[in-house]
Design a protein around this ligand. Structure first.
Ligand code: COI
Length: 356
């Protein structure tokens, strides 16, 4: 693909004229990178202001070996999705929420962040530039990955003098290889994801590197992923490597409260509102690992995983099963309510979608 130069409204509207969809095996999309045409890139120097972004061909970037992100992990990422409606238009889901979360995370990581307006505009431009990669309705979504990193050179430990904001995209299907079938989790009591006072509540890149070991061991044992406990009492549920967790008992849906070690998921927050609107009682509080024993259903939420039902959880050698190996009624109800809203199949009574 040829570079298309600086982005402006006129270029963005050119992209909208690309109506064809790429020829991909849409039936078998997983959650792996499919490289698309363009990515967005903007830089911020010591003055703290981001440049107007550019849309450039997707590909490798040059980074100083001494950059803050490579040496000291000064980086954040976001994740959101775009869906294609049957009329061909594209819907984004709550992009301002990602912009705000990136700003909160950037503050914690001593980084400047793009404004909400620049972030949302950059997301729109990147999606429109790669419109032909948005899967046909019902075949998946376009996963949007904004990155913010300390790209300037440092040697002593300090915030980097320059930052790079990038957005790339990839068409995706289901996150877990199980597809929509329930996943099997193991509760981890040796490794922890986050500690009080740490960075568990922001989407910094290091949070994800630090769970790879526990995840690898769990996968080798045949589990889909790991459910972490709090590092202090080793008793309260925190989250899964890449998503938040909910426990259903009767009409009450409980999820760990956001208290510094848990990522404030946008899907988590949306599911809480959807559940309340359906008449469930939702409790954000400390959820003890013992509550897994008599729960009716357990499910995970996240941008990548959407709403993933949990079929079993193993803790200290004992397993509890949920949903008779099928999708629980509540998980199914909430999944359907959320995804039909995201895909524009029901009226957006929450005002969460943004049409491109
Ligand atoms: C997302 O759900 O967007 C995430 O950030 C999780 C990631 C590990 C795929």
């Amino acid at each position: 693909a040829e570079p298309v130069g600086r982005c402006g409204a006129s270029l963005a509207s050119n992209y909208t004229q690309t109506s064809e969809i790429v020829d991909l095996d849409w039936e078998n999309l997983g959650f792996g990178l499919v490289q698309t045409d363009y990515m967005y890139i903007a830089k911020c120097g010591p003055d703290g202001n981001f440049s107007a972004g550019e849309m450039v061909p997707f590909g490798p970037i040059a980074l100083n070996p001494s950059s803050g992100v490579l040496n000291y992990g000064q980086g954040l990422f976001e994740g959101l999705k775009a869906y294609r409606k049957t009329d061909g238009s594209i819907l984004l889901f709550r992009p301002e929420e990602n912009a705000l979360r990136m700003r909160t995370g950037a503050e914690r990581m001593c980084m400047p962040a793009p404004s909400v307006e620049q972030f949302v505009d950059a997301v729109k431009q990147t999606v429109l530039a790669n419109k032909r990669w948005v899967p046909p309705t019902g075949k998946g979504s376009l996963y949007i990955r904004p990155l913010l990193m300390g790209s300037g050179a440092v040697l002593g430990l300090a915030p980097a003098p320059e930052y790079t904001f990038i957005i790339f995209v990839s068409p995706v299907g289901n996150y877990f290889k199980e597809g929509l079938a329930p996943i099997n989790l193991i509760v981890e009591d040796k490794f922890h994801r986050a500690t009080p006072g740490g960075t568990g509540c922001v989407k910094t890149i290091g949070n994800y590197a630090s769970v790879l070991m526990a995840q690898k061991i769990a996968k080798e044992k045949g589990y889909s992923d790991v459910l972490y406990l709090d590092a202090v009492h080793k008793k309260y549920l925190e989250e899964v490597s890449s998503c938040n967790i909910f426990v259903v008992k009767g009409n009450v849906i409980s999820t760990p409260a956001i208290k510094g070690t848990i990522l404030p998921g946008i899907t988590r927050k949306s599911i809480i509102d959807v559940a309340l609107s359906k008449g469930f009682q939702v409790e954000e509080r400390l959820v003890s690992v013992d509550e897994l024993l008599d729960a009716d259903e357990v499910f995970c939420t996240g941008t990548a995983v959407v709403v993933s039902p949990v079929g079993s959880i193993t803790y200290q050698g004992k397993s509890v099963q949920y949903g008779h190996q099928g999708v629980g009624v509540v998980s199914q109800q909430l999944y359907t309510a959320l995804t039909s809203l995201q895909m524009g199949q029901t009226e957006d009574w929450m005002g969460w979608t943004m049409q491109l």
